[in-house]
Design a protein. Structure first.
Length: 453
């Protein structure tokens, strides 16, 4: 069974009313106890005063016959119901001097102890006060029905709680209005979010937003920014992939058709060889596109591990050694230190492979590639890869890293995504990349500075 959904305004109103009602009832109960205590003190003082007055009357009375006083009926609210009796203790048993008419039947042996006491009489609870005068041999007993005390306490408590109970609907009404006014920023936020579309995810802004809502707006804007970047990456990836795959697919179709139409075996073999080269280029392009797509989806929260950059660089140099040997290129590695870097070993391997692959591709036959690791200070690790290739003009250095941008497409095969992948991995590791002309070898020098965590 599912509970019905209620609005935040209804929940807050109910919580406020329940809280007010709870404290109101607690205050009423406390008021009742205080009123009962005060009534007890007032009525006890009246009992003492009444007993003292009776004692004075008994001292000045010269009659030895019992006198009975008729008690008037109660005609006012909280008019007390008293009983009293006065005994002379000169005789045994004590002789009753005078009493109220409603205390018939009580004898001196039934009197409570001196002072205040409580007891049951005629099926009701009574409060008694007894005072003894040994010098004049007099005993005075006065009693009062506790019903009046309770009625007074209840009346006081009711007068305290009645305005609260009758005012509860007004409290609910004004609470709802106040909460509705207080929740207006949330309604404005809802209206702002309702206007957003996948094509236009602009940041949400609210004038005079409360401090409690400001973090929510910041988190929403951060989420909208990430969603916008993700959508842009998907669109760019789709556009780039369709654009870059169109040309090699068309070339592959042309070569296959040429091979089908050719009568010469030599020409067919040449067409098939070019078609094979085209498929290899498309395979490389798809691999790079998939790598770049995965990196675009990767956030900064990667699984960190301790990576020995020295060993990782040696492994990558060994993996690409056959490519270098095929062009008679010498790869020099200078491990000046053995740095331990906090990062992703798989991503760093992709970074190294792409940098080394680019250096080998754009270095002519018999050239050289130098790989250097150094620790300029305790705050960073530098990885530098230089080659003796044709280099890059100064005005072209700023364009390196742009997707599908190739500086010299006629010099080497490529798809223009290697440095884009390198830059994305560097961003994930909070590293900085700089491109410049190699001072010694004359080609391109790529330096990656990793922060030491």
């Amino acid at each position: 069974m599912t509970l019905p959904k209620t609005s935040l305004q209804t929940r807050l109103t109910l919580l406020v009313l329940c809280t007010v009602l709870l404290f109101g009832l607690a205050a009423s109960y406390e008021s009742y106890k205080n009123a009962l205590h005060e009534a007890d003190e007032i009525f006890d003082a009246q009992l003492v005063q009444f007993a003292q007055n009776l004692m004075i009357m008994a001292r000045h009375s010269g009659s030895n016959d019992e006198q009975i006083e008729q008690m008037s009926t109660t005609i006012y609210n909280f008019q007390k119901i008293f009983v009293f009796q006065v005994w002379s203790t000169n005789s045994e048993p004590p002789k009753s001097l005078f009493r109220s008419s409603n205390i018939a039947g009580m004898v001196a042996t039934q009197m409570p102890d001196d002072g205040f006491s409580d007891g049951q009489w005629q099926g009701e609870h009574w409060r008694y006060y007894r005072q003894h005068d040994k010098q004049r041999s007099l005993d005075v007993l006065v009693g009062e029905n506790n019903r009046d005390r309770n009625e007074l306490a209840q009346e006081v408590a009711w007068h305290n709680v009645a305005p609260f109970l009758f005012g509860l609907p007004f409290i609910a009404l004004f609470s709802m209005l106040a909460i509705r006014f207080g929740l207006r920023p949330l309604r404005n936020l809802t209206d702002s979010l309702a206007q957003l579309t996948p094509e236009q995810l602009t940041p949400v802004t609210l004038q005079d937003a409360p401090k409690e809502i400001a973090p929510v707006i910041d988190a929403l804007n951060s989420l909208l920014g990430r969603i916008t970047r993700t959508i842009e990456n998907e669109r760019r990836f789709t556009a780039d992939a369709s654009h870059e795959l169109r040309t090699p697919i068309a070339a592959l179709q042309a070569q296959v058709q040429a091979a089908q139409l050719s009568d010469s075996e030599t020409e067919r073999n040449e067409c098939l060889a070019k078609a094979l080269q085209g498929t290899e280029r498309m395979a490389h392009l798809v691999e790079q596109l998939l790598t770049l797509s995965r990196l675009d989806e990767t956030e900064s929260a990667i699984k960190l591990e301790s990576v020995n950059l020295n060993e990782l660089t040696q492994e990558c140099c060994a993996e690409l050694g056959p490519n270098a040997l095929g062009k008679n290129i010498e790869i020099g590695f200078t491990p000046q230190i053995h740095p331990a870097l906090s990062g992703s070993a798989d991503m760093l391997r992709i970074l190294l492979r792409n940098l080394l692959d680019n250096a080998i591709r754009y270095t002519p036959q018999g050239g050289k590639v130098d790989v250097t690791l150094r620790l300029p200070d305790v705050q960073q690790i530098e990885l530098e890869i230089s080659d003796s290739g044709i280099g890059v003009a100064a005005e072209q250095l700023a364009l390196l890293g742009q997707r599908f941008h190739r500086v010299s497409p006629n010099v080497a095969d490529g798809v223009g995504l290697g440095l884009s992948i390198v830059q994305r991995i560097a961003e994930i590791h909070h590293a900085k990349i700089t491109f410049r002309r190699a001072a010694t070898l004359g080609g391109l020098s790529v330096k990656v500075c990793f922060p030491v965590s």
